[in-house]
Design a protein around this ligand. Structure first.
Ligand SMILES: Nc1nc2c(ncn2[C@@H]2O[C@H](COP(=O)(O)OP(=O)(O)OP(=O)(O)O)[C@@H](O)[C@H]2O)c(=O)[nH]1
Ligand SMILES: [Mg+2]
Ligand SMILES: [Zn+2]
Length: 216
């Protein structure tokens, strides 16, 4: 009985996700669902991506958080259209919330929509929101064992950005081992190693993202 209810909820989510996809396709908006644990660097990667690409494409941002508008205020300083979603306790974004956000953004003026999901490595992976690309921000201080513990997240994404590589001299993290594990779980995934602090690795990531957007 309970399984049936869950199926219905996911069905409704997928239906609205399809509508979001249709609406964004109509306006030629390319949407990226950015997922990560709390504090891995989602907002930092969003900011670095804006700085790298804002002269090349028109960017919009949807910020998802349980509470507050801190991240949206940070992004707004870049002069980018942004909407904050407060889930009020829910630990992931769902497509109805994105639908609402899309209705409050100037879609004809946006080519690339960066969507920061709620900080959580579990259920965001299960909910489609109408995105073209799913990206995971992993980070060095979280440890190199996370692919084993959260396999669905690591398996679902198109790209993984390993952030905070400036901390490698101070934190025990086996980059080669992490890379091998990730490629075993998800052979097709693209892996980028970056630091939002030193900006190392940001250009290759931004270049790849732009190419994926243009090849759609
Ligand atoms: N050393 C280092 N710190 C970083 C890097 N990127 C982000 N940080 C720091 O990590 C903290 C969290 O970064 P955010 O970008 O806010 O992370 P987030 O994933 O958006 O966090 P939530 O939205 O709260 O889940 C901040 O104090 C950043 O300054 C990095 O590359 N290196
Ligand atoms: Mg954030
Ligand atoms: Zn959740």
């Amino acid at each position: 009985m309970e399984i049936k209810i869950l199926k219905n909820i996911l069905g409704a989510n997928d239906q609205i996700a399809a509508k979001n996809r249709e609406l964004m396709a109509k306006h030629e908006v390319f949407a990226v669902n950015i997922m990560a644990s709390p504090g891995a660097g989602k907002t930092s990667v969003v900011l670095q991506t804006i700085r790298a690409l804002k002269n090349k494409t028109r960017i919009g941002v949807i910020e998802g958080d349980i509470a507050s508008s801190i991240d949206a205020e940070t992004v707004a300083k870049e002069g980018i259209p942004v909407v904050q979603i407060n889930t009020g306790g829910e630990c992931h974004l769902e497509s109805f919330q994105i639908q609402n956000a899309l209705n409050n953004l100037p879609l004809p003026d946006i080519d690339l929509m960066l969507i920061e999901n709620v900080g959580n490595l579990v259920c965001p992976a299960e909910f489609s929101i109408g995105e073209d690309l799913k990206v995971l921000i992993a980070s060095v201080p979280e440890g190199d064992d996370k692919p084993y513990k959260y396999p669905l997240m690591f398996n679902t994404v198109d790209a993984i950005v390993l952030n905070k590589i400036d901390l490698l001299p101070y934190v025990k993290f086996d980059v080669d081992g992490f890379t091998k594990t990730v490629k075993t779980i998800n052979p097709k995934v693209e892996l980028f190693k970056v630091s939002c602090t030193t900006e190392e690795g940001i250009q290759p990531w931004a270049k790849w993202l732009l190419a994926r957007m243009k090849s759609k």
